[in-house]
Write a protein that binds this ligand. Structure first.
Ligand SMILES: NC(=O)c1ccc[n+]([C@@H]2O[C@H](COP(=O)([O-])OP(=O)(O)OC[C@H]3O[C@@H](n4cnc5c(N)ncnc54)[C@H](OP(=O)(O)O)[C@@H]3O)[C@@H](O)[C@H]2O)c1
Length: 245
């Protein structure tokens, strides 16, 4: 290359892709971060637990172009707004709405606080994150929503969780239609029971060997977003071959 000529790979023309993953401090979110880490990706990793999120960052930093830690409570609109502000004005290329909680008990025993927290984290936060980020997302970018088989099957004692995930399913499907013309894909992942810490809060014996792994869910996410920009793998149902628990 002669003097004065510029390579098309000069830093000035290169924009690192920015991926925001909520709930990346453990479980499925951490596995997604590990799977998607790459030198040309800036990972924006969100969680609440400072030590756990630092561990995720430690595990991905060698493979990642850049890693940013974002500590915010998504149970409050204030926390959602602070996360939005911390991500800044530069567009993101992937939003993974993964952070989630569960409450498992008879619906007659669910408290107002449990109802509000679950709906806030599992449904309200994804809504406002999509509403804020989608308009600036470039064509070919993706929103991934981590739903659950409890987004279209009802289970006794899982009323609040089902309400939040059925709600997110409807929300996500409607937003998908609004974003189609802008070539932003909305991809829904519906994992069955997955071997993560979320089960520690659920009473009873749950056979971990009959669950899928967080890495299996991360593989599904990577597959969905790696399709050519005109292809949308819109819904992935994912479970252990042995059947439901
Ligand atoms: N495990 C399953 O069987 C299963 C099956 C289907 C779908 N899912 C869905 O997969 C997603 C991830 O679940 P997981 O199994 O990986 O659970 P997990 O290991 O308990 O991780 C949950 C993540 O969500 C974050 N989170 C929880 N409450 C939050 C809040 N108020 N504000 C901000 N972040 C919050 C946690 O952050 P901190 O730990 O830092 O607080 C953590 O990073 C959830 O949406 C869940 O509904 C799970």
């Amino acid at each position: 290359m002669g003097d004065g000529e510029q390579s098309i790979y000069t830093p000035a023309l290169f924009r690192m892709k920015r991926y925001l993953i909520t709930g990346a401090s453990r479980g499925i979110g951490r596995a997604i971060a590990k799977k998607l880490a790459a030198p040309d990706i800036a990972l924006l990793l969100h969680g609440r637990d400072i030590a756990a999120l630092a561990e995720t960052c430690r595990e991905v930093e060698e493979k990642s172009g850049k890693v940013t830690k974002l500590i915010h409570d998504l149970a409050t609109i204030r926390g959602v707004n602070h996360l939005v502000a911390a991500v800044g004005h530069e567009p993101i290329d992937l939003l993974v709405n993964n952070a989630g909680i569960t409450v498992v008990k008879p619906f007659t025993e669910v408290t107002l606080d449990e109802w509000q927290q679950t709906i806030a984290v599992n449904l309200t936060a994804p809504f406002f994150l999509m509403q804020h980020f989608a308009p600036q997302m470039p064509p070919g970018s993706s929103i991934v929503n981590i739903l659950s088989i409890a987004a279209n099957h009802a289970y006794p004692n899982w009323s609040v969780y089902c309400a939040s995930k059925f709600g997110l399913d409807g929300l996500s499907s409607a937003v998908r239609e609004e974003l189609r013309s802008r070539k932003v894909r909305v991809l829904n992942i519906y994992p069955a029971a997955t071997d993560t810490d979320i089960w520690k809060a659920v009473q009873g014996e749950w056979p971990r060997e009959r669950m899928v792994s967080a890495a299996d869910v991360a593989n599904a996410v990577a597959y969905a977003i790696s399709q050519t920009a005109t292809v949308a793998v819109e819904n992935i149902m994912l479970g252990n071959l042995s059947g439901s628990l």
